[in-house]
Design a protein around this ligand. Structure first.
Ligand code: OOG
Ligand code: NI
Length: 465
């Protein structure tokens, strides 16, 4: 009988989730259609250059999802489901610190980590876990009610987890098991039609809309599914033209003439979705909740730690100038700051060690017997080697917080006089039962492997740099 490999399972899962989510949230389908149109136009206008950060095949299929769970146990289980798809936890994001309003979660992203797997299908899921123990948000009484509620629910049926473990161990599943796995996995992320306990939901909502979305219901659901677009400014214009209300800004780096780095994101506003509400007397009424939105993103080059520090510093400068000049558009201020401080080309980014590149031998390198130089920038300048940007596969805590916030109806409440509970990548690794990987290490390894290969092929001894 035929078998389905992990990457095929991942691609099929992403496609089915997309189909399911499109039925639940029709505006998502519009977003995907408009993204596709924009991508086709960019490809026509820019040719091969449009594919510098991923083939059009990859970019068209590319999605990230966002889900939210309540407990370390649930996080551990969802990690097994993602491991079945060849997706590993990468990066630690503390949104409690990144957001001004109440977003009591810590997060990681599950994604493929090797270049070939990413090229086959880069599906990633931003996964947040509630922090009921954080006294800035929850007092002792609410914490224990919340923990009890969460302990009594089951997000992932045992059959799904058993199939997941098999796929992780064997790196494939027989076709009929794969089909069953996909059905159960997609169902686990559907919006439940079970009535929501109205009083309980509202108790949590007063603290944080995110807490209510996670801990106010007995199941999880996909919060958004984000397509990738090659020109996010154009997409924003076209969505607005279609009468779809977008959030105010595009998060992340500004639009400018220089290279695209990291990640730019925006979204349409959360829509009211009908949800049945159970009242204290046991009756059920029609209600509506506004929690799911439509995000879209454009990806750029991965920055090194130094590049990222520069990015964070520039964001700080933009904040400062924006507060001094409230009448000036933030995007104009940001563009000005970037034009002054961010390298205007890929070569300069590489030479200053600010971004990651993958190097390969040029087909048209000198073949007259001349000896290659031994520094990587000279090799590139003299046409021996091509530098290809490594695409940023991760997220930005501040953008994530901005997206969360711009879609929340209320600020919620937080008591900043209390000491927050400490979380870090190590603690999250413990909960997941797998190491949360460092994204910078992954990019650096990819770059270093390509440098080692080039050195070997050119017969250069020692480390190329
Ligand atoms: C996750 C928000 C973060 C992103 O793309 O930065 C995120 C959520 O809303 O659960 O998805
Ligand atoms: Ni997202």
């Amino acid at each position: 009988m035929s078998t389905i490999s992990q990457w095929q399972l991942r691609a099929a899962f992403a496609a089915r989730l997309s189909e399911m989510y499109g039925q639940e949230v029709p505006a998502y389908t519009t977003l995907v259609d408009v993204s596709r149109e924009v991508n086709a136009d960019v490809l026509r206008a820019r040719g091969a250059d449009a594919e510098r950060l991923g083939s059009i095949g990859r970019v068209t299929a590319e999605r990230h999802g966002a889900i939210r769970v309540g407990t370390p146990r649930e996080l551990h289980q969802v990690a097994r489901v993602f491991a079945a798809l060849g997706m590993h936890p990468v990066g630690f994001y503390d949104l409690r610190e990144a957001a001004a309003s109440a977003v009591p979660v810590v997060s990681t992203a599950f994604r493929p980590i090797d270049g070939e797997e990413l090229a086959r299908n880069p599906f990633r899921v931003f996964t947040s876990m509630l922090t009921p123990a954080d006294p800035r948000f929850f007092d002792a009484d609410l914490r224990s009610r919340l923990e009890n509620f969460l302990a009594g629910r089951e997000l992932f049926p045992p059959e799904l987890l058993a199939l997941a473990d098999r796929s992780e161990a064997d790196r494939e599943l027989p076709a009929d098991d794969a089909e069953r796995f996909l059905q159960l996995a997609v169902a686990a992320f559907e919006l439940s039609s079970e009535p929501v306990d109205k009083a309980w939901y509202e108790t949590l909502e007063r603290i944080s809309a995110v807490a209510a979305d996670i801990g106010g219901v007995r199941s999880t659901h996909i919060n958004h599914l984000t397509p990738r677009v090659l020109d996010i400014d154009e997409l924003y214009r076209r969505m607005t033209e279609r009468g779809i209300e977008m959030i105010d800004t595009i998060q992340g780096p500004p639009a400018w003439k220089g290279p695209d780095v990291l990640l730019r994101q925006t979204s349409f506003r959360a829509l009211a979705e009908p949800r049945a509400m159970r009242l204290a007397d046991g009756g059920v009424e029609d209600g509506a909740l506004r929690v799911r939105f439509g995000e879209v993103e454009a990806r750029g080059i991965a920055l090194t730690r130094e590049g990222r520090a520069l990015y964070d510093e520039l964001l700080g400068r933009v904040d400062e100038q924006a507060s001094l000049n409230p009448s000036e558009a933030r995007s104009d201020i940001a563009r000005g700051v970037w034009e002054r401080h961010m390298p205007a080309g890929e070569q300069e980014l590489a030479a200053k060690g600010l971004a990651y590149f993958s190097y390969r031998l040029a087909d048209e390198r000198p073949r007259d017997g001349s000896k290659p130089p031994t520094g990587i920038s000279q090799l590139v300048q003299q046409g021996w080697v091509h530098a290809e940007p490594i695409v940023y596969e991760d997220f930005l805590p501040r953008s994530a917080a901005g997206i969360f916030q711009s879609n929340l109806s209320g600020e919620g409440t937080r008591d900043n006089d209390q000491q927050g509970t400490a979380y870090d990548a190590g603690r999250l690794s413990g909960a997941i039962g797998r190491e949360v990987l460092d994204p910078f290490d992954l990019y650096a390894q990819q770059q270093d492997r390509s440098l080692a290969r080039v050195a070997r092929e050119l017969g250069i001894t020692g480390t190329l740099r």
